[in-house]
Structure formats: structure tokens, C-alpha cells
Design a protein around this ligand. Structure first.
Ligand code: MG
Length: 311
């Protein structure tokens, strides 16, 4: 066994390669209390690309009042836009789309909800009003030649509504695809899903005509289920998995803890299964340790901690 790397022992029925959609710089940092300087964010994104991540969500063009941690999107994006990695950005509405396109962004993401309660809390709209707001955003992004990802929050459980009915999730997924989204990211925003639930939702989506090839998964580790849920999704044929370097956004010491699956924890499992990712675990761990210093606290990723531990 090579120090710092898992033993590679393949298991049957899994994809040969997985694309990691790295969300640390956006979903991670927007949920951290510390505001990171723009230059440090740019360095972080460069290091993520150096580690081999090819899809790095860079920032969000929301109104700065909503997400002060990402208020520097206009200054940050040009600092990293020449990187070879794909750099999707979140846009909440047409104003955000205009700002992103003006800077040359060619991959955008919209952020929908499977439940009325979260749509109300997060977007101050009903689910259908939110979909109506996205329609021109998606249409104009496609006209501009951009790739569009549709995030869907609360696909499994909702803090106000409890379990989320599968047909409700399927309906919103279909609506986002019908609007023109190229791919969807199924979010377990409060981390309550378990593997059977994941398989059941993916099967229902397939039965509704949604191919596994357009589906990514976005699990949170709040209840320690993120890797088990990921394995269930891989067994179903999913090959796009969202994760956050160092578990950013999931700091157990912060009230805002949301429990993003740490990219390093994901890599340990994928590489242990012999699944290719193109990502160098050692380089990524060093990057997350470096960012943890900037945030003034240790990474919540177990793999980062294990690999950083020195006797
Ligand atoms: Mg997340």
C-alpha cells in the first residue's frame, strides 16, 4: 500500500471514470463565515485546477446583499477565466446572467427547489414562479451558447415539509430539462437521504424519461450518508458527483454547517474502487490544508485530517 493513497480494489457494476463537479469555491465559500480575499480565491481555484479538477464552480452572480462572501464575482472571474478547467457560475436571474455573460462565462447554473417551503425561503417564490423566473435565463443562456446546469434542492427531505414525494421531484426535474437545462444536480440539501431512497428516485426519473447521463448528485454528509449515497448513485450509472474540497461549507464548528461531501473523502473511495477521476489526492489535500489555514480552522474532511496528521 502506497502511503497517502488507498489500495485499489475494483468492484463490479461501477463506472470506469467519474467527473467531479467541484463546488468548494462557490457552495463551500458562500457557507463559510470568513470572507476570503479575491486573490486568495483565485489562487484556490488555480490550485484546484492544478490538482486535476476539470469542472470548478467558480462563483455566483447573485446580488451581493444576499451572499456577501461572493460579492467579488466581477473581480474574481477574470482572474481565473483563462484556466483550462470548465468554470460554471451560479446565476439567480436575468440580471445575474447578463453579468456572467458579459465576462465571458460559458457555463451557468440555476438553483431551483423541489419543495414549496424551500422555494419560498430561498427565492421568495413558489416552485412554479421560480421555474417561470428561470425560463428566460435558461433560454437566453442557451442562445448565447452556454451550457446550463439546473440545481435542484431538497430532493429527499425538507426541514419544513419532511420527506419529499418522489413525483414532486420528478416533475420539477422534467420542467428544468424541458426549459433546456443540459444537466441536473440532485441535491440532498439537509443530508437526510439513504441509499435506497437514492436508487428509488433515480429509477423514477428514468421511468419519466430522464436519462442517467444528464443527472449529477449533490450529497451532504450531515448524517454521515454522503458516500453510501454516492455509491448507490454510481451503481445506478451516475458519473457526475458534486463535492467540496476539504468539505468547505460543512465546517462542524460553524452554525451555517451544511455538510458538503468533501472531495478528498470522495476521492479516497473512488480511487479505492479503481475509478478514474484525473485528480491528484495529495495535491488536493495540500490545497485544502492551505485553505483551512486561511479560514483559521481545521478541515472537516476525514481524509484531509488523516493525510495531514503528522506524528
Ligand atoms: Mg452543497
Amino acid at each position: 500500500m502506497t502511503p497517502g493513497l488507498p489500495m485499489s480494489v475494483p468492484a463490479p457494476g461501477l463506472p470506469a471514470r467519474v467527473r467531479i463537479h467541484e463546488v468548494g469555491a462557490r457552495d463551500g465559500l458562500q457557507n463559510e463565515q470568513t470572507v476570503i480575499p479575491t486573490e486568495v480565491k483565485a489562487e484556490f481555484i488555480r490550485r484546484l485546477a492544478d490538482a486535476g479538477l476539470d469542472t470548478i464552480e467558480a462563483t455566483s452572480f447573485v446580488h451581493p446583499r444576499w451572499v456577501p462572501q461572493l460579492a467579488d464575482a466581477e473581480r474574481l472571474f477574470p482572474l481565473v477565466s483563462e484556466l483550462a478547467a470548465r468554470l460554471p457560475v451560479l446565476v439567480p436571474n436575468e440580471r445575474g446572467l447578463d453579468r456572467a455573460l458579459a465576462l465571458g462565462a460559458d457555463r451557468i447554473a440555476v438553483f431551483g427547489s423541489a419543495t414549496e417551503s424551500f422555494a419560498k425561503a430561498n427565492l421568495n417564490r413558489t416552485v412554479d414562479e421560480a421555474l417561470a423566473m428561470f425560463a428566460p435565463v435558461v433560454a437566453r443562456a442557451k442562445e448565447a451558447g452556454a451550457h446550463v446546469r439546473g440545481y435542484l434542492s431538497m430532493c429527499f427531505g425538507d426541514p419544513w415539509e419532511g420527506p419529499v414525494p418522489i413525483p414532486q421531484v420528478v416533475r420539477v426535474c422534467r420542467a428544468l430539462l424541458d426549459q433546456g437545462c443540459d444537466e441536473l444536480s440532485l441535491g440532498d440539501t439537509i443530508g437526510v437521504a439513504t441509499p435506497g431512497h437514492v436508487t428509488t428516485l433515480l429509477t423514477a426519473l428514468n421511468e419519466a424519461g430522464v436519462g442517467t447521463d444528464v443527472l449529477g448528485v449533490h450529497f451532504h454528509d450531515t448524517y454521515g450518508q454522503a458516500l453510501a449515497n454516492t455509491l448507490a448513485a454510481l451503481q445506478h450509472g451516475v458519473t457526475t458527483v458534486d463535492a467540496s474540497a476539504g468539505g468547505l461549507g460543512g465546517c462542524p464548528y460553524a452554525k451555517s454547517a451544511t455538510g458538503n461531501l468533501a472531495t478528498e473523502d470522495l476521492l479516497w473511495m473512488l480511487h479505492g474502487l479503481g475509478i478514474e477521476t484525473g485528480v491528484d489526492l495529495g495535491r488536493l489535500t495540500a490545497t485544502s490544508a492551505w485553505m483551512a489555514e486561511r479560514l483559521g480552522r481545521p478541515s472537516p474532511s476525514r481524509t484531509v485530517r488523516a493525510l495531514s496528521h503528522k506524528e
